[in-house]
Design a protein around this ligand. Structure first.
Ligand code: ADP
Ligand code: MG
Length: 293
């Protein structure tokens, strides 16, 4: 394409709510055949709320919530913010925390009220030899089957409760996915969240292929694997945990509503955080480069 056509394409992108890093980006946009979509904050709004507190026999829901809320108050994760707010609303200002640590893609830990507390995936609690009883396991499965995210809370040798959070699918996500298919592209959901929740959300927007329970540092390997299979991969994400994968993809698209790190790692920014803008960008690139060769 001529430099002028590319400039016009870039300008048209801005009108569509797509910021394009440079005119050359349109070329990779045109060639994309596979679109990898992060779940939380990309397909869904990322604004989670605390829906339920389930506790093991003899435990107090307020205490589970208070200790988990105190820990999560130090984390920026959407799950953490939902839990911290839920705790504040129900049990008041959080206690202070010592030795806070965030394990990306797994959860958080720290000392609250003299107790070493862990909040996160079952896997993380198991590393601490904190096992969920049948009741808590069941609560977790049930929530996940509904597309919700459940995290476990434990301290002093036992898992004490399960916190259920959820966000909503963006109203435009299903339409965007069906438009991607209409353009001949294959959508794939990639998430750190559990398989059942991811599949439920994917089904709601019409995505068949789901790669779940992927640690933040492993998302980039998934993109590399798809590329090794000969695919030209676009990755759409919003989080710090998506940045490496966004940079590795043939085309990185960041949600404008997402983190700065994700935006910096990307070639395109979808200003309004609306997935349909990704479809507009791909159509625009095909038109700009397809007609004026
Ligand atoms: P996503 O790919 O959907 O953005 P992440 O990789 O950030 O998800 O997180 C994956 C999983 O790790 C979450 O679904 C949750 O189970 C657990 N997790 C991550 N951060 C936290 C946290 N601050 N508190 C509790 N659990 C967490
Ligand atoms: Mg995300």
């Amino acid at each position: 394409a001529t430099p002028t056509a590319l400039m016009v394409g870039t300008g048209r992108g801005a009108q569509l709510g797509v910021l394009i890093k440079g005119p050359e980006v349109l070329e990779s946009t045109r060639r994309v055949d596979t679109v990898v979509l992060d779940k939380t904050g990309t397909v869904t709004t990322g604004k989670m709320t605390l829906l339920d507190v389930v506790v093991a026999d003899g435990e107090s829901a307020d205490q589970v919530l208070a200790l988990a809320g105190a820990l999560e108050d130090s984390s920026e994760h959407p799950i953490a913010q939902a839990i911290a707010k839920g705790a504040r609303d129900r049990v008041g200002e959080p206690a202070s925390v010592e030795g806070f640590a965030n394990m990306a893609g797994l959860g958080v830990q720290g000392v609250v009220d003299g107790r070493a507390v862990v909040v996160g995936r079952t896997r993380l609690l198991e590393d601490w030899s904190l096992h969920l009883d049948a009741e808590l396991e069941r609560a977790m499965r049930a929530a996940e089957a509904e597309g919700k995210t459940a995290v476990a809370v434990g301290w002093d040798g036992a898992a004490r409760g399960v916190l259920v959070v959820a966000d909503a699918v963006k109203p435009t996500s299903a339409e965007a996915v069906s438009q991607l298919r209409a353009l001949g592209l294959t959508p794939i959901m990639l998430t750190g969240d559990n398989e059942a929740a991811a599949r439920t959300i994917a089904a709601q927007v019409g995505i068949d292929e789901v790669i779940a329970e992927v640690l933040p540092q492993d998302k980039v390997a998934v993109v590399e694997r798809l590329q090794a299979e000969g695919k030209v991969v676009a990755m759409v994400g919003d989080g710090v945990n998506d940045a490496a994968a966004l940079a590795q993809a043939d085309l990185g698209l960041a949600m404008g509503t997402g983190t700065d790190v994700a935006i910096e790692a990307s070639d395109l920014t979808l200003v309004r955080g609306d997935l349909r803008a990704a479809v507009d960008a791909i159509r625009l690139a095909r038109r700009t480069l397809g007609t004026i060769k």
